[in-house]
Every structure is written in C-alpha cells, then in structure tokens.
Ligand binder design. Structure first.
Ligand SMILES: [Zn+2]
Ligand SMILES: [Zn+2]
Ligand SMILES: [Zn+2]
Length: 451
C-alpha cells in the first residue's frame, strides 16, 4: 500500500514508521504541492502544522477531486498519529487504510463523477460513520452537515438530497435532532415575525382592554369609557358599575392606530430573510433535522449502482401511488360525465437526461419549481422512473395553458453545470364528451404512449 506524508518538518520518526508499514511513502512539503500530483495514494497523513483553515480547504479539494475523494486522511502532531481528534497507533492507520481499500474495491468499478456518488461511496467505505448535523446560527437552516459539505458542489440544498436518500431507504434516520419552522418557498429558517392590523396591515397597533356596554351594545377600548375614574359608555352615557351586569369584557384586545380597527387577533406576518417573500404562519413549512446512517439496503444499492434521484419530484408534491392516482382520475371522469362544470386537466411529462447530466441537479430545480407552481389540490404520480403525471381538478384548457407556459418558461430558465436534458409534455383537458367512453386506465395509457 502507498501513503503520502505532507509536512514542512517531515519528522524523521514518522517517515521511518510509515516506511516500516507501507510499501511506498512519498513526502510533500506543502498541501498545494500535493493536490496537482497524478499519484494515487491509499492513505494520506497531514501534519497539523499547516493550521486549521488550510487543512479544511485541503480536505474540501480532496473530497471534490476525482482521485482522492475516498482516501483516508490522518493527522500528525509531534510525531503522533491522529484520526479526527483521537490519537491512534500506526497499526490502526494501516487497518483503516486497508478497510477503506477493500470496501472501495467492491464498488470502484462504478463511475464516480457526481458529488452524490462520491459521498455515497465515501460512506460505503466508512460503515461506522453517521451523517451528523451541526448547529450554526449563520446557516440558512441553522444546521449543516460538515461531512456532506466537503463533497457538495452547490449551496445548502443538499438537505433535499438527504431526505430523498432517506425516503428511498438508502439512509436511515437514526435520530431526530431538531424540528424547525421554515419558509415554504426556499426552506430557509431565517425568518422575521411581526404582527399587523388585520384590516389595513399596519404594524402601528396596540394591545388594549375592551369593554362591551350591555345597554347599547357599544364595544370600545377601556380608555374610551373612563370618565373621572368610572366607566361611562361614550355612546349611550350609561354608567357601567358591575361587570357581568352592566358590561363585560369582549374578546377584542387590539386597536390599530392607523385605521382605528378593533380586532381580536392581530395578523402574524412572516418575512423570509433569505428569499424576501412574505407569508402567514399557516404557510410555514416544518423541517426535521435528522442524523442519518447508510442502511444495508443502501449499501447494496451503492454496490450495484442503482441509487436514483427521481423521488425528489415526488416529495415536492401531493404524490400518490399510481393505483390511487388512477382511482382519483376515475372519480374525476365520472364527475365530469355527470356535471359539465367538473372539468379537470392532466399534464404528462417525461424527462430524458443525457449521460453527463446530473439528474439530481435537474430534479432539484424541478422539484422547487413544482412546489412553487402547483396547488395543494393537485396530484402527482410517477408512471416510470423519469415520467410523471399530474392531475389538476377544476382546471379548464385556459388554466392548463397557463401551467404549460410556466413549465416552458421554467425549462428555458434552467442552467445546468453540465449535461443536457429534454422534456416531453402531453396535455389533456376533459370535456363532457371526451370522457364519455374512456376509463382512467385507457386515458393514462394513451398519454403515456404519446410521451
Ligand atoms: Zn389598521
Ligand atoms: Zn352604551
Ligand atoms: Zn424564503
């Protein structure tokens, strides 16, 4: 086995020990000199003398490279070997290196160009690792996964990917770490909450105690009733002495200083500090932060190279399985036969990816788009791995044209880092006549065939 030792000082005892246990030992005196080398090593030892920041950058370059994304990394401090923060012996260095090598041999015949495949093979070769989130108040989600960020080549959207992997049972959720509210549009957890007048939207509102006069029914803030330290109704001039007999406390407790509106509840408004959209608390999305681990099933999928990313789209929508979709469609057809105004529309869609296209990148963009575009009453199902079908209840052909043009605009706007893709779309809008003879199965088959 081969090992490289990167150190300015190049401790002779370290070089000596390494050469006693590895066939080849090569030394480098800087991290920058190591990166461009063509040599592949089974293991790397880095001296801590380079400092935390340089080493961090080095790891990122290593994990993103095509040669060293899997290579075990050890540290050296004053002649001692470290694995993360733990002191280990040279025997353990050898054992770890050997284990990673053996496991990588099982899967090394696959093509590992995308970051997803690289990280999956990384975890495959480290069966004892969990994918652990770390809290950081500067991150959009307040959490991040340090190990994943070494590999990921974009922003923090790898959260979808983790979810996707968990939904496919590639990863299991070993621990629920936290649950967060986040923006329904961009899933950032950085949000600002403010309460507003429900009538005019002003933030210039005040909490007040209210009084309800039994004599005339007048409702107003307590301050309007106060006259020489007694309560007198400003409307009917009745003296209000006994609560429950002359007056009571209504539910209202807020006054708008701008429009004068009295209200029971102010309107709580949320603004996302990341995408700057504004919404109400009911729209808030809930996000769960988990610690993950590769499953046995996942290990097999990696071994046979069968991990897919198509479930991303599915998770973004009201996804139902094809049987239930067909059932819902049948019901819609029957309704349309009975009532002229019960129309519905369908979009069938097939994605064809070129070999170089990262299906994950594409599906991620697509799933975000679908989440923005579709209503909660719309349904989606998967015909096969890359074909999807959407049902839009109460949508006529004009509504369908709007959806279609949004999809077209979106497809034109996608810029992928690498590769190409094609989208084929088939549309259908029901009328009383065109569903008279047809069953859901026939209709679905007809659309799928045209794709
Ligand atoms: Zn107001
Ligand atoms: Zn009154
Ligand atoms: Zn947002």
């Amino acid at each position: 086995m081969t090992i490289s030792y990167i150190s300015k000082r190049k401790e002779s005892t370290v070089t000596q020990t390494l050469s006693e246990h590895f066939e080849t030992v090569r030394t480098f005196d800087s991290l920058d000199n190591f990166i461009p080398t063509d040599n592949e090593f089974n293991s790397i030892v880095v001296s801590l003398e380079f400092g935390e920041e340089s080493i961090e950058n080095f790891i990122i370059k290593l994990r993103k490279s095509d040669k060293h994304f899997i290579t075990p990394l050890f540290f050296e401090n004053n002649g001692a070997f470290l694995y993360f923060d733990t002191k280990i012996t040279i025997i353990e260095v050898v054992e770890r290196t050997k284990n990673v090598k053996t496991l990588y041999n099982e899967i090394g015949h696959h093509n590992y160009t995308s970051w997803e495949n690289k990280i999956l093979s990384y975890f495959y070769t480290r069966p004892d690792y969990n994918i652990v989130p770390k809290l950081d108040k500067h991150k959009e989600m307040f959490y991040y996964f340090p190990l994943v960020e070494y590999f990921y080549d974009g922003q923090e959207d790898y959260f979808y990917w983790l979810e996707d992997m968990a939904n496919q049972n590639i990863f299991s959720k070993v621990k629920l770490v936290d649950r967060l509210f986040c923006c329904p549009f961009c899933f950032s957890a950085l949000m600002k909450f403010s309460d507003h007048c429900p009538s005019c939207g002003s933030i210039n509102i005040r909490n007040e105690k209210f009084i309800h006069c039994f004599t005339c029914g007048h409702v107003a803030p307590e301050s309007n009733f106060l006259k020489n330290e007694r309560f007198v109704c400003p409307s009917c001039k009745a003296k209000l002495k006994l609560i429950g007999e002359d007056y009571d406390r209504p539910l209202e407790n807020g006054v708008c200083m701008d429009c004068g509106n009295y209200h029971i509840d102010s309107k709580l408004e949320v603004s996302c500090l990341t995408c700057h959209k504004t919404f109400t608390t009911e729209d808030l999305s809930k996000k769960f932060i988990y610690e993950y681990k590769l499953t046995e099933f996942g290990r097999n999928q990696i071994k046979f190279g069968t991990v897919s990313s198509a479930d991303l789209i599915v998770n973004a929508l009201n996804y139902i399985d094809l049987n239930y979709f067909t059932f819902t469609l049948n019901w819609s057809i029957q309704m349309q036969r009975r009532y002229k105004e019960e129309m519905f529309s369908i979009i069938a869609l097939k994605l064809t990816l070129s070999e170089k296209t990262s299906s994950y990148d594409l599906l991620l963009e697509f799933s975000k788009f679908l989440r923005r575009t579709f209503r909660t009453t719309d349904f989606c199902s998967k015909i096969d791995n890359n074909s999807f079908i959407f049902l839009f209840p109460k949508t006529d052909s004009a509504g369908l044209d709007v959806l279609k043009s949004r999809i077209d605009d979106f497809i034109k706007s996608i810029k992928l880092n690498r590769g190409k893709f094609e989208v084929k779309i088939e549309l259908f809008t029901s009328t009383k006549e065109n569903v008279e003879e047809e069953t859901a199965q026939q209709l679905l088959a007809k659309l799928a065939n045209k794709l």
